[in-house]
Design a protein around this ligand. Structure first.
Ligand code: GTB
Length: 223
């Protein structure tokens, strides 16, 4: 059965691999599971037919035979549980890797997303200048704590796991802010994730989508 995931037909990240299909692509590449990608427009994402796959009208969704899944964390856990390579065999280590997934999604991602949404949408608001230092501080607090915990280790709990995969994709969202520069251990951690061949393949694939759709739009404008 072919696995299919959904992704933006026109990603607002312009090929930087910041949208949440990237983490699913990366996980599928890590475990060697081939997959198809169904590209969806913003309009299609909000239609009832798409909401049957993803109730909130978002990407990514994941389809494998009769199984339809949404929420990138649940999709990653499913992939990791059904293939070797992303979760340790030892039960305690497995539980800790899953705890790092939750930490990435519930503890580290929210302040990062809140800050990036403010940068993206609220620059003109009267309260923006007062609000940003608060949002910056919340992100810095998490980065400091994560960096302290990582120390000089390569990965969060010995061997690379789906917890690291998720955490790296969450930290990448800070890319253009330069905040990671204050935490050399975290910057090196992200670079180690990005250097993995599976990451490179996933990144190239999502970039190819951006280039193809960008080129088609350019040709449309010229004709
Ligand atoms: N909790 C869900 C999950 O983890 O799967 C969240 C899914 C989600 O937020 N999807 C976003 C989406 O579909 C795309 S990834 N948004 C459309 C909508 O809600 O209408 C978030 C994202 C979007 C853009 C950038 N960017 O431009 O850099 C980065 C990340």
């Amino acid at each position: 059965m072919t696995v299919t995931i959904t992704a933006f037909a026109h990603s607002p990240d312009r090929g930087r691999g910041l949208a949440r299909d990237m983490r699913v692509r990366w996980a599928l590449e890590e475990v060697g599971q081939p997959y198809d990608v169904h590209l969806v427009s913003f309009e299609e994402m909000k239609q009832p037919a798409y909401r049957k796959l993803q109730p909130f009208g978002q990407i990514p969704a994941y389809l494998d035979g009769d199984l339809v899944l949404f929420e990138s964390g649940a999709i990653l856990l499913h992939i990791a549980q059904h293939h070797a390579g992303l979760l340790p065999d030892d039960q305690d280590a497995r539980a800790r890797a899953i705890a790092w997934m939750f930490a990435a999604l519930n503890t580290v991602e929210p302040p990062i997303v809140e800050r990036s949404m403010a940068v993206l949408l609220d620059g003109e608001k009267s309260w923006y200048a007062d609000r940003m230092p608060v949002l910056d501080d919340r992100v810095h607090a998490r980065l400091r704590e994560l960096s302290d915990r990582l120390g000089d280790a390569e990965w969060l709990d010995r061997a690379f796991s789906v917890g690291d995969l998720l955490m790296v994709t969450v930290l990448r969202r800070l890319g253009s802010s330069n905040m990671l520069q204050h935490y050399p251990a975290l910057a090196a951690y992200v670079a180690r994730g990005e250097a993995r061949p599976a990451y490179q393949r996933a990144f190239a694939d999502q970039l190819a989508v951006f280039k193809a759709t960008h080129k088609a739009a350019d040709q449309g404008r010229r004709s």
